[in-house]
Design a protein around this ligand. Structure first.
Ligand SMILES: *Cc1c(COP(=O)(O)O)cnc(C)c1O
Length: 455
């Protein structure tokens, strides 16, 4: 059969409130044309993020009820610990309330002024936690990762040649080498098994630990299975274990590939690092058997890890993005190819060529998607990255709009609706306005800035 159906049926539903175009125009104006300021129940299809927005399964909700809330040594913790260990064979597993808490703890120990941490591409919270200690976060992505039209299978790879040269020059200042799978900031593109192992070898040749930012490990393993020669006959758990076999630690946001709404962990092999991490955890997150989470959250993670490596789930998950990319591409909407694991990226700078970068073409498209169809997305471009510390502005490398797909939330007809909204926008795309910012904070302005269309 060619039709890939959603590998679930729906037991519990949440209504979508339908809105009209005039209503949405009014709501967006009241939100000062910032999609982050919209109330979520005024949104029909919410593609703002895939983080913490997963639909949990009946089995996960069941474990929520049997979760144990003991302060120390809860059976929920031990079920969590066993489920994590089944896929990621690390000596110390330390729960945290989400991914950035694991990063903050790790870099409070490994960071510091003068340190340099290389990665394929650091996610913004990872970069923030590294830089907050005075250290430098260095991105060494392969060149094809920067080309939206390059169809290479592993555009999330770290550039091994640059990593070798970087280590030869700066190894004394490097506390660890990292890789992010999939590469979130780079469009959800995967890293190959070969690349992950080779990066670990370079780190180890210099006596440095190799840490994986593992948020989308299952999506990455799916791409390895289907794109890397010799991997197609292996099971997803087998590939996951191989990906992590030469790593010395991991940071994880369970809000992604553990199919839960909150949670994370830090895993380490080194006993001394783990002791320091647990001491820090007790000060900032909680006792080491709950780490800022309820016992029931730990159980939901344990069950989610068993579900996320299911091949039918992963095929459906990745296929949704491929389908959107194929349909948009066929319509002449410029998109980043190949499709990433968790999101579809539209190249708004190319599509809205009449809007200069400093009038925010990505932002303009995000506003138009909401007005035309009640679809909420986010700009990843000059609004997000264009402001320099001195307050001046420069165009970002690209002006993209991200359609991030929540896990197991939307169905095929929602995808078709998204395509139809793009189709409707097509005719009038040359008339979409640029925007100006009327009010902005000094940093992370995309969350709270106020805008106004230029007419
Ligand atoms: C989401 C994310 C994080 C941070 O995790 P939170 O749970 O949001 O704190 C870190 N790295 C990557 C690659 C992510 O996608």
């Amino acid at each position: 059969m060619k039709t890939i159906i959603e590998p679930f049926r729906i037991k519990s539903v949440e209504p979508i409130r339908f809105t009209t175009r005039p209503e949405r125009e009014r709501l967006l104006r009241a939100a000062n044309w910032n999609t982050f300021a919209l109330h979520a129940d005024d949104v029909m299809i919410d593609l703002l993020t895939d983080s913490g927005t997963s639909a949990m399964s009946a089995a996960q909700w069941g474990t929520m009820m049997t979760g144990d809330e003991s302060y120390a040594g809860s059976p929920s913790f031990w079920r969590f610990d066993a489920a994590v260990r089944d896929l990621f064979d690390f000596v110390h597993i330390i729960p945290t309330h989400q991914g950035r808490a694991a990063e903050a703890i790790l870099f409070s120990i490994l960071g510091g002024a003068g340190c340099k941490v290389p990665s394929n591409t650091h996610f913004d919270t990872t970069r923030g936690n590294i830089e907050a200690t005075g250290a430098e976060a260095v991105d060494l992505l392969v060149p094809e990762g920067h080309d939206p039209n390059d169809l290479s299978p592993f555009k999330g790879n770290i550039d091994l040649g640059r990593l070798e040269r970087f280590m030869a020059e700066y190894a004394d200042d490097v506390p660890c080498v990292m890789i992010t799978v999939t590469n979130n900031a780079g469009g959800g593109q995967p890293a190959s098994l070969e690349n992950i192992h080779a990066a670990a070898d370079i780190a180890h040749a210099h006596g440095k630990p190799f840490i994986i930012d593992a948020c989308r490990f299952a999506e990455n393993a799916h791409f390895i299975k289907h794109r890397e020669p010799g991997q197609e006959h292996r099971s997803i758990p087998d590939i996951v274990r191989d990906m992590f076999s030469t790593a010395d630690g991991m940071t994880m946001s369970a809000k992604k590939d553990a199919l839960v709404n909150i949670g994370g962990w830090l895993a380490l092999n080194d006993a001394e690092l783990a002791m320091k991490a647990r001491n820090r955890l007790i000060m900032t997150e909680g006792f080491p058997t709950y780490g800022g989470l309820a016992g029931r959250d730990l159980d939901a993670i344990a069950q989610g890890l068993a579900e996320v490596v299911d091949e039918d789930y992963l095929r459906y998950r990745v296929r949704t993005n491929e389908y959107l990319v194929e349909r948009l591409d066929a319509m002449g909407v410029p998109v980043i190819k190949p499709a990433g694991g968790h999101a579809v990226f539209v190249d708004a700078r190319t599509w809205l060529a009449h809007v200069p970068p400093l009038q925010y073409p990505g932002h303009s498209l995000a506003c138009a998607l909401y007005e035309a169809g009640g679809i909420r997305t986010t700009e990843i471009g000059t609004v997000m990255f264009g402001r320099r510390p001195d307050g001046s502005e420069q165009p970002a490398a690209m002006d993209l709009v991200r359609l991030a797909m929540p896990r197991r939330v939307y169905t095929q007809s929602h995808a078709d609706y998204i395509v139809e909204v793009f189709d409707e926008l097509r005719a009038g795309v040359a008339e979409l306005p640029g925007y100006r910012i009327t009010e902005e904070p000094p940093a992370m302005r995309h969350f709270t800035a106020k805008f106004e269309p230029l007419t």
